[in-house]
Design a protein around this ligand. Structure first.
Ligand SMILES: *[C@@H]1O[C@H](CO)[C@@H](O)[C@H](O)[C@H]1NC(C)=O
Ligand SMILES: *[C@@H]1O[C@H](CO)[C@@H](O)[C@H](O)[C@H]1NC(C)=O
Length: 167
């Protein structure tokens, strides 16, 4: 003889269990979403390249940055922070990293783009190491989720070289 109260309680317990199970499956499945972003960055122009009065090299570039970061957007993605950095080695430092451009991408629709821009932040060396320097352009991203931990990754594009002379 089951009372109505007992049945309602059993039903509620069942509902909560199902809900918990769905949440677990959904967050589990997010871990198994393996994104496959793509990017290409072209150096379209060296606008100028000089040694500043204080002796440090500075270069101004025009870039064409194209990327498709749409696969980073899942049900759990709030936004993505992306930046392009020039990375190179000098006798002093194994890794010099200079951010040239960044953007907050708010939605999947905005995650596929190309832009034609001059570096947004100054590309200055801590010294005079840039002539003829090989460098990488790396697209870094941080995924800010609605629930859970932030994650980050990057695409390294290599094979870039600065001119041998100031101009
Ligand atoms: C920039 O790159 C994109 C994709 O690679 C290309 O479609 C576009 O024509 C390029 N723009 C310029 C100005 O080179
Ligand atoms: C540039 O990229 C190449 C190939 O991925 C890598 O071997 C090298 O260490 C990178 N250089 C820097 C300074 O990160």
């Amino acid at each position: 003889m089951h009372s109505i109260g007992y049945r309602a309680n059993a039903l509620l317990t069942f509902g909560v269990t199902i809900l918990a199970l769905i949440c677990a499956i959904v967050s589990y499945s997010d871990n198994f979403n393996s994104p496959s972003p793509t990017s290409q960055v072209q150096v379209l122009n060296i606008n100028w390249f000089q040694k500043k009065p204080d002796g440090d090299d500075e270069v101004s570039l025009t870039l064409n940055i194209s990327a498709n970061l749409q696969s980073l957007f899942t049900w759990n993605t709030k936004q993505v922070f992306a930046f392009v950095a020039a990375e190179y080695e000098t006798p002093k430092n194994a890794l010099n990293q200079v951010s040239l451009w960044d953007s907050i991408i708010p939605s999947k629709e905005k995650a596929k783009f190309w832009i034609h821009i001059s570096n947004k932040y100054r590309f200055v060396d801590q010294g005079s190491n840039l002539r003829g320097k090989d460098f990488n352009l790396t697209l870094h991203w941080h995924v800010m989720p609605k629930i859970g931990k932030m994650s980050a990754d990057k695409i390294v594009m290599s094979g870039y070289r600065l001119p041998a002379d100031y101009r």
